[in-house]
Design a protein around this ligand. Structure first.
Ligand code: ZN
Length: 302
């Protein structure tokens, strides 16, 4: 492991790379900084870093395909395994997430890889909630396939969005250090010729180890190598970062939503007020007793 260079200096970016004259939608992501920041915030073990990191990147790719401004997507993976639930939220430029058990350790798989599938489990569901700024969010749910995350995202796209998808997501860690993280998504669009789809399937094993490949090659080099003959072009490149959207206002809304009874109980019990910690960035938001009384006046009976 020690001989593998890190690509931590590579900028985190999402590349939109249509292939075959636009017959295939392609996304290429490098997100080493995003995953390293998640690992630092949540103090994750290598196994939890990999599971959370893969989900962060899969969610970021869903976010990159949202067309509406200020739209966001929330992915929850709950496979019944020892890692518990993983929740990630993304928009077009940022992503954030959390995991129930950040410090999970399990033996490596026989092939030396981290046991993400065992940790996540597959006895459960992946849910996708897209907030597109409409009255009601779009909700899609699928059964988990393997808990390995990339396969579960691919299954979601096929079953819930009727889009056959090749997805690869990889995080390479050495102890506490995230050496590399990246992902690729390919979706043949309606009318895509069969021979192009066959080409993608034929080449998919090349992309299996994307995090390791990114340690040695730039995204452009990988793109040109993997998709040689399929006319890859970089249509758009966007920076992506781990960023939380929590604010005092949002926390106030959450407190008000608790209702009068719960807030009254808090005011009685907590003479020093209440401190709420954000799940995604661990930032503390303190509300004094006086603050809580003000919020009580805005809250409704439940
Ligand atoms: Zn936050």
């Amino acid at each position: 492991m020690n001989t593998i260079p890190t690509n931590a200096n590579m900028k985190d970016e999402m590349l939109h790379i249509p292939l075959a004259d636009g017959m295939v939608r392609g996304l290429l992501l490098t997100a080493t900084g995003v995953v390293a920041k998640a690992a630092a915030i949540h103090c994750t073990s290598p196994l939890s870093t990999a599971a959370l990191g893969r989900t962060l990147m899969g969610t970021a790719m869903l976010g990159a395909m949202l067309k509406q401004e200020e739209a966001s997507v929330t992915v929850t993976i709950d496979g019944g395994g020892p890692i518990g639930k993983i929740v990630c939220v993304a928009d077009a430029e940022s992503v954030r997430g959390c995991v129930d058990v950040p410090n999970l350790y399990m033996p490596l798989r026989a092939d030396g890889k981290l046991s993400v599938g065992m940790a996540v489990g597959r006895d459960g569901r992946m849910s996708v909630v897209k907030d597109l700024g409409m009255k009601r969010p779009y909700v899609g749910q699928t059964q988990l396939v393997s808990g390995e995350i990339a396969e579960d995202f691919a299954s979601y796209y096929l079953q819930s969005e009727q889009s056959p998808t090749l997805q690869s997501l990889g995080v390479l860690v050495n102890g506490d250090t995230v050496l590399s993280a990246g992902g690729v998504l390919l979706q043949p669009l309606p009318g895509c010729p069969d021979e192009i789809i066959e080409q993608l399937e034929f080449r998919s094993p090349l992309m299996y180890d994307i995090s390791r490949e990114l340690c040695y090659d730039s995204m452009e080099d990988l793109m040109n190598r993997w998709f040689d003959g399929l006319k890859p072009v970089i249509l758009e490149r966007k920076p992506i970062e781990y960023r939380c959207a929590c604010s005092r206002e949002r926390m106030e809304k959450a407190l008000i939503a608790l209702g009068r009874e719960e807030l009254s109980r808090m005011i009685e019990d907590e003479i020093d007020g209440a401190t709420l910690t954000c799940h995604f960035c661990k930032r503390n938001h303190h509300f004094s007793q006086g603050d809580l009384i003000k919020l009580l006046n805005k809250a409704e009976e439940k």
